[in-house]
Design a binder for this molecule. Structure first.
Ligand code: PHE
Length: 443
């Protein structure tokens, strides 16, 4: 067997893991679900979910991958010291989720490429509000365009993953993530100068609990998985390329903190612009594609801001898509013993084909309901974030909390308080929260 590749050092792991965690979930999804659920109240619940569910499960996945040094399925059996483990089911759920999520994630990635291209070609300038809104309508109604941009996004992801751990994923994350943070800082500074900044801060941070609804709480639970790349073995896989000697708990805290910070900053940037022009914060998924470009066209610096913004989203989406693909590639590369090139090529073709169903969900297949008025796109998004990721996370959490001996966990979490917080969250709090969410979705 080949020697396992490893990230160059702990910092490299932190960069790639932030690359995975920070994605469309932070910049596209978080602001619109916060907007739909009343802002501050939702943010407060979200912060608790990250602390009590996201962080413990992140630690659990990292522990499993780092100790076992294998892919997301085999790792469970290695830690149980058995030939086969029933717990590997979590890995199988994860693998299925990776296929479904990446297939529609790449379609959204394609929209971003189109919008990035439009902003670089200065196409938002001199257009009326209506014309800019029509850009999304045109894109959505064209199967050819959607499939083309989905293909471009998938090809970029392919190009990075085929290079392998250090020459592909690590090398590219070290280029894309610093660029991402430079753009984010620039946009934050810009947003502070806009008249809507104050209202954006109030909207996100005035914790008014009267606006809290049960569905908002459950949405926050589900989102804490998606945003930290949990429940599908991405962190097990990335953790398996981390040298077993590196400090695990501190690393997890840094990544959780950065992921949350990026979501909040993205929210501030987007809502500053939205409030500067008196738009509706609850406009939903089209917030980024219809509301923002209209506003970019209005401000003096708008074109530059638009370029920076869509560039930033593109880099974030790419590094997340890479981690989704790596879950699939690492498993089949190791279990079928195909080389990386062959594995990556074949699975990218399969993923591209699967993604076509989502690309057609806004046009030819827009009236094709897979289940209860859901298109393929909606259905893939729904079953992964409401069922597959939470179930995967539930199994991982229980495995870590009840199967791993306490002294082994104590060896990586030295602080007593943190240890108890993580272990009891993994044993009880996270499983109860997740179970409540799944039951509620079923009803
Ligand atoms: N965390 C990514 C985001 O916020 C999405 C993702 C989910 C990536 C699961 C990998 C695994 O967009």
């Amino acid at each position: 067997m080949q020697k396992r590749s490893h990230w160059s050092n702990r910092l490299a792991f932190i960069i790639v893991a932030i690359g995975s965690a920070v994605g469309l979930g932070n910049i596209w999804k978080f602001p619109y679900i916060a907007g739909e659920n009343g802002g501050g109240a939702f943010v407060l619940v979200y912060l608790f979910c990250i602390l009590l569910i996201g962080l413990p499960i992140f630690v659990a996945e990292l522990y499993i991958g780092q100790k076992a040094q294998h892919n997301a399925i085999t790792s469970f059996a290695i830690l149980e010291k058995k030939e086969k483990s029933l717990w590997s089911m979590a890995g199988w759920f994860g693998l299925i989720s990776a296929f479904l999520i990446l297939s529609f994630y790449s379609v959204v990635g394609g929209w971003i490429i189109d919008y990035f291209y439009q902003s670089v070609s200065l196409n938002f300038a001199d257009k009326s509000d209506e014309q800019i809104r029509m850009m999304m309508t045109n894109l959505f109604s064209s199967p050819g365009k959607q499939i083309f941009f989905h293909f471009v996004f998938m090809s970029l992801t392919f190009g990075i993953v085929i290079g392998g751990i250090s020459q592909g994923i690590e090398k590219w994350s070290k280029i894309l993530m610093p660029l991402f943070f430079i753009l984010l800082t620039g946009l934050l500074i810009y947003s502070i100068t806009t008249p809507g900044f104050q209202s954006a801060v109030e909207f996100l941070f005035s914790f008014n609990t009267s606006k809290l609804t049960a569905s908002g709480i459950l949405e926050a639970v589900g989102h804490s998985f998606f945003t930290m790349s949990l429940g599908m073995g991405a962190i097990i896989t990335y953790g398996s390329y981390l040298s077993p000697k590196e400090n695990l708990f501190g690393t997890a805290v840094i990544i959780g903190f950065m992921d949350t910070l990026v979501a909040l900053i993205s929210g501030l940037i987007i809502f500053s612009v939205v409030f500067s022009y008196g738009f509706d914060p609850a406009s939903g998924p089209t917030l980024m594609f219809q509301t923002l470009p209209v506003l970019f066209a209005k401000s003096a610096m708008g074109q530059i801001v638009a370029m920076a913004f869509f560039g930033l989203v593109l880099f974030a989406a790419l590094t997340s898509a890479v981690s989704l693909l790596e879950v699939i590639v690492s498993y089949f590369h190791e279990s079928l013993e195909w080389n990386r090139k062959k594995t990556t090529t074949i699975f990218c073709l399969i993923l591209f084909s699967l993604g076509i169903l989502s690309a057609l969900s806004t046009n030819i297949l827009a009236e094709f309901w897979v289940y209860k008025k859901m298109t393929f796109f909606d259905f893939f998004d729904h079953i992964t974030s409401h069922y597959l990721l939470p179930i995967g996370g539930l199994i991982i959490s229980l495995f870590f909390g009840w199967k791993i001996p306490n002294e082994n966990i104590a060896a990586v979490i030295k602080n007593k308080f943190s240890l108890n917080l993580i272990v009891w969250s993994a044993r009880l709090i996270a499983p109860i929260g997740i179970a409540a969410m799944i039951i509620n979705s079923l009803l």
